[in-house]
Design a protein around this ligand. Structure first.
Ligand SMILES: Cc1cc2nc3c(=O)[nH]c(=O)nc-3n(C[C@H](O)[C@H](O)[C@H](O)COP(=O)(O)O)c2cc1C
Length: 360
């Protein structure tokens, strides 16, 4: 590192990176090895969202990432929430989706589970594969996971949407905490209280989390350019995690359809919806969200709705139909740019440095 003084340096030291910038993990198949490697090679921390991958695929993924970059990177899992494994679909859950299944001419999904991967098996495979950093969302990872990560020398990151969640993660021994404001794209990771009671904007959340925990704080939600990075650091964060901004870059796994939506005028409006997965997530509104609005509270919880929607989402994505695709986006989507990841990261660092000058 070049003697830069605009960040605290704590996150860079913890992660072994040059810049305090984390590329947020994307679950649901939107991560790409190319993006993780490009960000890590450029001196940030690339992250891969692995929550839909089976244990064997996770083992293979970590090997692929290690072959693609010698720099640190993170792999992310979703911690299961209480009651999730008992959830079951009923026929009405599929009937509600019938018009879309018919329109797309696809088979109704089966009612039987499993609806999601087994977290314990995923975590075992992930830890054994030893990625440099393991990150988690939706809860506090079990003690055995944290103990095993420590034993293997892996850095752990947890995700909080409230001050209480940040304190719970720090108390459990996570090495760093992402403070994810409600501006963020994708799923809300709230786990202590319902999402509706945990919608704290990044501007309010970050300084309160920085006051409450002693581990490095990574601000997330609505940060997409150097001004946002600088603001987060002024608020007391040690670094930032950027999702939507990296989703728009050339190497991301997002479809052309998704990227076009992020860069177009539609992305000026985003909404929180449970309709795609059963968990509230921030997305650009489309025909599916508008037509199904009456069922927002009625659709089954994650992972059931997620599994039932998968065939529709896949078919729509393959056919380039934005009407039924989950166009996850944060509130800063309109600040994103379709450039390469290294150029984007370089601009974030240069602009934040220019704004913050030599100290803060
Ligand atoms: C498409 C998409 C998928 C995401 N998937 C995950 C995930 O699987 N795990 C996770 O911890 N965060 C996930 N996130 C959150 C991001 O990693 C990041 O924290 C968030 O996007 C930051 O807010 P921003 O979108 O305003 O930059 C996702 C975000 C997006 C946009």
């Amino acid at each position: 590192m070049s003697g830069r003084t605009w960040s605290s340096g704590r996150l860079e030291r913890l992660l072994g990176v040059d810049h305090p910038i984390v590329q947020g993990p994307f679950g649901g198949g939107l991560s790409s090895t190319e993006l993780v490697a490009a960000v890590s090679e450029a001196g940030g921390l690339g992250s891969y969202g692995a929550h839909i991958l089976d244990p064997d695929r996770i083992t293979g993924l970590v090997a692929e990432l290690k072959a693609a970059t010698r720099r640190p990177f993170a792999v992310n899992l979703w911690v299961p929430q209480p009651g999730e494994s008992e959830a079951r679909a009923v026929p009405a859950d599929v009937e509600r989706l019938r018009p879309y299944l018919d329109e797309l001419g696809i088979e109704a999904p089966g009612l039987a589970g499993p609806y999601a991967q087994d977290f314990t098996e995923q975590a075992r495979a992930l830890l054994a594969a030893e990625p440099p950093v393991v990150s988690f969302v939706m809860g506090v990872p079990p003690e055995w996971v944290l103990a095993e990560a420590r034993r293997r020398g892996l850095v752990t990151i947890g995700t909080a949407t409230t001050v209480d969640e940040a304190a719970a993660l720090a108390d459990a021994g996570l090495d760093a905490v992402v403070a994810s404001g409600s501006d963020a794209g994708g799923h809300r990771g709230s786990f202590l209280r319902p999402v509706g009671e945990s919608l704290v904007g990044t501007m309010a959340l970050v300084p309160q989390v920085a006051d409450a925990v002693s581990v490095p704080v990574i601000a997330a939600g609505g940060i997409a350019d150097g001004r946002g990075v600088a603001a987060a650091l002024v608020l007391g964060a040690d670094g930032v995690q950027i999702g939507t901004g990296f989703l728009a870059v050339e190497e991301s796994g997002a479809s052309a359809l998704h990227k076009a939506a992020l860069l177009g005028p539609a992305a000026r409006v985003t909404v929180l919806t449970r309709l795609f997965s059963g968990r509230p997530a921030r997305a650009i509104p489309n025909r599916f969200i508008e037509e199904m609005a009456a069922y927002e509270a009625e659709v089954p919880s994650y992972p059931v709705q997620n599994a039932l929607m998968l065939p529709i989402r896949r078919a729509a994505a393959e056919r380039g139909l934005a009407d039924y695709v989950n166009l996850w986006a944060g509130q800063s989507a309109s600040l994103t740019r379709p450039v390469g990841a290294a150029e984007y990261l370089g601009d974030l660092v240069a602009d934040a440095g220019r704004i913050l000058g030599g100290g803060r």
